[in-house]
Design a binder for this molecule. Structure first.
Ligand code: SF4
Length: 358
């Protein structure tokens, strides 16, 4: 390919991308039919859910939220507890708290309408630069390119970006912006996202089907799979702790986590601190007092869970207490049959399943 050809193929990319998108766009629950304007509420809700969670998992949650709260005003009037309960299982619970705070702010400060600028969107809880850019482009067709993992991959291959992530982000952002069409900014962004998800996949990209294959630097070099370059990962130190599964007939002893911090406000069974150097005896000393009547049994095996910053290993202790046993002040009994309606994070669901299992 001559230099002139390369320039011409680069100029044609935005149009090629849109033509491909018009034929191959993914059907997603939050996307309107082709040619219709996207609803800012749906775009925002999906973007918050898609932060750190895949499309397949998000789909049913999105539908559930939409059925219960069809617009931002109804979500803004909901209680935080109801929102946390509905969110249970999606993980990264600060998103649910911010989701609620954002709906309240849109209702209170913006008359129930999302601001239509990136700056206005960024002033809302839980909306950072990426999410603001995604909502601005997709819902309001503002000429901005939200760069997600899919777009990072496509662009780093297209231009064979050698810098590793995350340092390469500004460069990739700049290059990605050159793929925006003069109008239909939202479709340009979604086209790249879809291309990354279905054609320019992490393993074995289908370059023959790619509308940008002419002039793709990584395809020409034959090492597309090696992009994007990544700096070696540091994984957090393993932490250990104990969880206490106390039953009173058909009820389980639970409490709410502090509002601030990891899994803020979620429901949990009582437990010890989670420490790198956890000592079994010290962990058992943190069991709920229950007037000294609980006889603790340690279940065989451990429950493991991986948080973003550290992996966790929990040993499980169980105890059965008599019918009239009172819950300690900061705890409560809940029927085991209704646990599904509690805002239980996945790690607690695993601990309870292990503790109640045979
Ligand atoms: Fe990705 Fe291949 Fe398309 Fe290049 S040609 S952008 S590597 S699918």
């Amino acid at each position: 390919m001559t230099k002139q050809d390369a320039v011409e193929s680069a100029d044609a990319r935005p149009a090629l991308l849109l033509a491909w998108y018009d034929r191959h766009r993914r059907r997603l629950p939050w996307r309107p039919p082709a040619g219709e304007r996207a609803d800012p509420y749906r775009v925002w809700l999906s973007e918050i859910m898609l932060q750190q969670t895949g499309v397949k998992t998000v789909g049913p949650y999105f539908e559930k939220f939409l059925a219960r709260w069809p617009d931002v005003a109804s979500l803004g009037r909901a209680s935080l507890d109801d929102v946390l309960r509905m969110w249970a299982g999606l993980g990264y619970y600060s998103r649910a708290r911010n989701l609620h705070a954002c709906a309240v702010a849109v209702l209170r400060d913006h008359g129930g309408l999302f601001p239509d600028t990136e700056e206005g969107l960024r002033s809302l809880p839980g909306i950072g630069p990426y999410t603001a850019s995604a909502i601005a482009a997709i819902a309001f067709d503002i000429r901005t390119m939200p760069v997600d993992g899919n777009i990072e991959r496509v662009v780093s291959r297209l231009y064979a970006v050698e810098d590793p992530l995350p340092q390469a982000k500004p460069k990739i952002q700049q290059l990605a912006a050159t793929l925006l069409a003069d109008c239909r900014a939202g479709d340009s962004a979604q086209a790249l996202m879809d291309l990354g998800s279905s054609v320019c996949t992490p393993k074995k990209p289908a370059c023959a089907l790619c509308p940008l294959n002419e002039g793709c630097a990584a395809r020409m070099r034959g090492d597309a799979e090696t992009f994007p370059r990544k700096a070696p990962k540091k994984s957090g130190t393993l932490r250990r702790g104990a969880a206490f599964i106390v039953t009173r007939g058909d009820e389980l002893l639970v409490r709410s986590r502090p509002e601030k911090g990891l899994l803020g406000g979620m429901t949990e069974v009582p437990g010890s601190d989670w420490l790198a150097a956890q000592d079994d005896k010290a962990a058992l000393k943190q069991a709920p007092a229950l007037n000294g009547i609980a006889r603790w049994h340690r279940k065989a095996g451990v429950v493991t869970h991986v948080f973003t910053h550290f992996p966790l290993e929990l040993v499980i202790y169980t105890a059965k207490v008599p019918a009239r046993t009172r819950a300690p002040d900061d705890m409560r009994w809940v029927p085991i049959a209704t646990l599904d309606s509690e805002a239980l994070p996945n790690v607690m669901r695993k601990a309870i399943a292990h503790g109640l299992g045979e």
